[in-house]
Design a protein around this ligand. Structure first.
Ligand code: MHF
Ligand code: KIV
Ligand code: MG
Length: 278
């Protein structure tokens, strides 16, 4: 399994890191099979697989539940699991306890936390306790309430300067990587060049040290609205729709099941059963 050391080496050697989200056993299997470098069990699962309108309803037990399934599908891939809304803010103790559960029960290799400010101290506590931490700056969806929507962050000089300073603080606190979501590509490029740890971009341009996308977005599975930064590599929904329509039609026509899908009892057993009465 690739680990934090390998990701640092990849950055040094300018080999981009390919990361995708996965939320269950089959998606994790496909990701590992494709030799994806790193899997994110993102709290986006709240929106993508649970149907919530934001990530704030996602709980710690949701994250652990999905993380376990992903580990079963990807035993040899580095797994990062999101700490959910408000699970790393109340106190240092609670943050450590919650992260420990994600590692011990969810079987993740690292946790991811959104934001800087107070969160920087949590990154530091976790790292000093031996838990690998990925930081996440720019558009931080758990703060949608204060950001007022899913908008690009760091577009003006002041907010970009703050973003660059926050990125340095996350590295100093011990983060092993940094996700940059929805930031101008020039700022992602600057942050990637001033940090030693790898940056993983989503809507942050090609200069980041790696890229991450949501699994369902990239295969076109069950999502109706796509952010601008998504490239769809397939449209699986069309195939699913066709398959379900065909199944339904064939049931209505009694065209399914065919003999090959059924089990048949021997004639003599039927004879014994009914004794010629049928
Ligand atoms: N399916 C899915 N994909 C994601 O990438 C994703 C989620 N869900 N849920 C959690 C967060 C929320 N994310 C989002 C959601 C919407 C936009 C969006 O619509 N952005 C506008 C940009 C608006 C602007 O210009 O400021 C866009 O048009 O892309 C961006 C990120 C990223 N994450
Ligand atoms: C969009 C990525 C970075 C994420 O945090 C998630 O999938 O939850
Ligand atoms: Mg997330």
């Amino acid at each position: 399994m690739k680990t934090v050391k390998d990701f640092l080496k990849m950055k040094k050697e300018k080999e981009p890191i390919a990361m995708i989200t996965a939320y269950d056993y089959p998606s994790a299997k496909r990701a590992e099979e494709a030799e994806i470098d790193m899997i994110l069990v993102g709290d986006s699962l709240g929106m993508v697989v649970l149907g919530y309108e934001s990530t704030v309803k996602v709980t710690l037990s949701d994250m652990i539940h999905h993380s376990k399934a992903v580990r079963n599908g990807a035993p040899d891939t580095f797994i990062v699991t999101d700490m959910p809304f408000m699970s790393y803010h109340i106190s240092r103790e609670e943050t450590l306890r919650n992260a420990a559960k994600i590692i011990q029960e969810g079987l993740a290799d690292a946790v991811k936390l959104e934001g800087a400010g107070e969160v920087v101290e949590m990154i530091s506590s976790l790292t000093r306790s031996g838990i690998a931490v990925v930081a996440h700056l720019g558009l931080t969806p758990q703060s949608v309430g204060v950001l007022g929507g899913y908008k690009v962050q760091g577009k003006d000089a002041d907010s970009a300067r703050k973003l660059i300073e926050d990125a340095k603080k996350c590295e100093e606190a011990g983060a092993c990587a940094l996700v940059l979501e929805c930031v101008p590509r020039q700022i992602a490029e600057e942050i990637s060049s001033v940090l030693s740890i790898p940056t993983i971009g989503i809507g942050a341009g090609s200069a980041a040290d790696g890229q991450v996308l949501v699994y369902h977005d990239l295969i076109g599975y069950g999502v109706d609205r796509l952010p601008k930064f998504v490239k769809q590599y397939s449209h699986i929904d069309q195939q699913i729709h066709q398959a379900l329509k065909s199944y339904k039609e064939e049931v209505k026509l009694r065209a399914f099941p065919e003999l090959q899908h059924t089990f048949t009892m021997k004639e003599e057993e039927l004879e014994a059963l009914y004794g010629g009465k049928k």
